[in-house]
Design a protein around this ligand. Structure first.
Ligand SMILES: [Fe+2]
Ligand SMILES: [Fe+2]
Length: 143
């Protein structure tokens, strides 16, 4: 059963790229942390989840801070709302980790929820900021 899981990988859809500054590579970096957990699942279970999830939270916090500082620098009027969205995403991740601790392990479903959390913020908030920077002519050339 774990053989199938080892081949699974989370991928950020190209339609979710912002093409601004270091935002996309940071999103990919977050997905990479989750992907790094997949081959470590043994029969669908990862007992040593503290280290990768500590890394995930640190990266997520750093990424949110970075996005917000870009928004502040550009006078983006959606900053306050977006920052609230980030706080909610972070709280969901903390809730997820609390669940893992009480269970004693992380499973594939936890990884899916983490991936969803990244996607959720991009779809609901980052892409709006993406339109803002595109209207300012600040996005890199679309591929
Ligand atoms: Fe983001
Ligand atoms: Fe965001």
């Amino acid at each position: 059963m774990s053989e199938g899981l080892e081949r699974q990988e989370f991928t950020l859809p190209q339609t979710f790229y912002i093409y601004f500054n270091d935002i996309d590579p940071e999103h990919e970096g977050l997905v990479e942390v989750i992907n790094g957990c997949v081959p470590r699942l043994v029969d669908g279970i990862l007992e040593e989840f503290e280290e990768p999830f500590e890394k995930f939270v640190a990266r997520l916090v750093g990424h949110f801070r970075n996005e917000e500082s870009h928004m502040r620098a550009l006078g983006y009027d959606g900053l306050e709302w977006h920052a609230g969205h980030h706080a909610e995403c972070l709280e969901r991740v903390h809730e997820l980790i609390r669940g893992m601790r009480s269970r004693g392990y992380a499973g594939m479903q936890d990884l899916r929820v983490c991936f969803h959390d990244i996607i959720y913020d991009i779809a609901h908030a980052d892409l709006q900021f993406g339109e803002f920077v595109e209207n300012l002519g600040l996005t890199q050339r679309r591929r």
